[in-house]
Design a protein around this ligand. Structure first.
Ligand code: NAG
Ligand code: NAG
Length: 317
């Protein structure tokens, strides 16, 4: 199933100047631990150490939720090998103000070398939380905020990338161009599971979705060195499936998606942030587009709750 995908991807990428290096892996980390408790500095320390074994970046969602930036800051100063994509939750004014206050208070306590970039919104367009131009305004607002903040060594955050993350189909839709235009980078989320893909087709679907989003983003940003990566992907290893013929929620299947799909993207020099570091057994039930609910959101960790790795994260090439 993978052969036609590789061929079409090769033809596609020949049109753009892509990095010749293999892409690097990152991992999404929730602000709560696997018991549903807000991560303390000790818990962030452990998460950063466990992440560092396989990932060069971690990706977070909201700097003020669970006092995320306050609590991770001392841990980042001890674990200098991993950079953070800082998520900024943008939805309501009070929450957004709290996010900005957390940035102003705690960015001066860490090194700018610990920050990979600032992601304004996570699937905000998918949920319809903001119009594309309202999201663009917030991206510009955060860029302006961070350029007035210096890190613990007196270096300005000015120049650190500010962008956004959304589902692949939102980037294919030209209506969302203003958010891309305002961004220094864009991340693409793509989950074969939420598209009810079979085991046989899941990697084809992943690479095809990413390819469509990349093509659309490149048509807006041109073929310069605009950074595009995968914000979230992966497969669950447990919980109820949405349909009977979709890929099974097993460790073997998640490993197949990793080897066939994620490793293919990495081979083309695309950085991939997997979803997510640990299982979250207390997470709320998930609702699919068709209204079906499932406990599947609790089973996406590459590690289980005891930090036991579920399958190998090294590509067989
Ligand atoms: C594109 O996005 C707009 C606004 O978000 C939405 O109204 C429209 O239905 C989308 N079009 C497609 C084809 O998904
Ligand atoms: C496989 O994935 C491709 C790309 O997303 C899609 O166009 C196709 O319909 C899928 N095939 C099946 C049998 O679901």
């Amino acid at each position: 199933m993978i052969a036609p995908t590789l061929l079409s991807l090769a033809l596609f990428f020949s049109c753009f100047e892509m990095s010749t290096a293999i892409g690097s892996l990152g991992i999404n980390v929730a602000s709560s631990d696997s018991t549903g408790t807000c991560r303390t500095t000790d818990s962030w320390n452990e998460a950063l150490q466990k992440a560092a074994s396989y990932f060069s970046t971690i990706k977070t969602y909201a700097v003020s939720d669970c006092d995320m930036l306050a609590n991770i800051a001392p841990a980042l100063n001890e674990n200098t090998g991993v950079k953070v994509w800082m998520g900024i939750w943008e939805v309501d004014d009070a929450h957004y103000a709290a996010e900005k206050a957390a940035l102003s208070t705690y960015l001066p306590t860490i090194s700018k070398d610990s920050v990979a970039g600032f992601s304004v919104g996570s699937e905000a367009l998918y949920r319809g939380d903001l119009t594309p131009s309202a999201l663009a305004d917030k991206i510009n607002d955060i860029r302006s905020l961070i350029s007035d903040i210096s890190d613990k060594d007196g270096n300005s955050y000015s120049g650190t990338k500010v962008g956004t993350v959304d589902s692949w189909n939102l980037w294919v839709n030209g209506t969302n161009a203003p958010a891309i235009e305002a961004s220094d980078y864009v991340m693409i989320n793509a989950f074969p599971f939420w598209q009810y893909q079979t085991a046989a087709n899941q990697s084809h679907s992943l690479v095809d979705d990413v390819m469509q989003a990349l093509k659309s983003i490149q048509s807006i940003k041109g073929d310069d060195d605009f950074y595009v990566s995968i914000g979230e992907t992966g497969a669950p290893t447990g919980g109820y499936a949405l349909t009977t013929d979709q890929a099974p929620n097993t460790v073997d299947n998640a490993e197949s998606l990793f080897q066939e799909g994620i490793c293919t993207l990495l081979a083309y020099g695309i950085d991939v942030n997997m979803f997510e570091l640990q299982d979250e057994p207390t997470k709320a039930l998930a609702t699919a587009d068709d209204g079906t609910t499932s406990d599947v959101e609790r089973h996406w960790g590459v590690y289980d709750t005891d930090y036991s790795l579920k399958y190998s994260l090294s590509c067989d090439y």
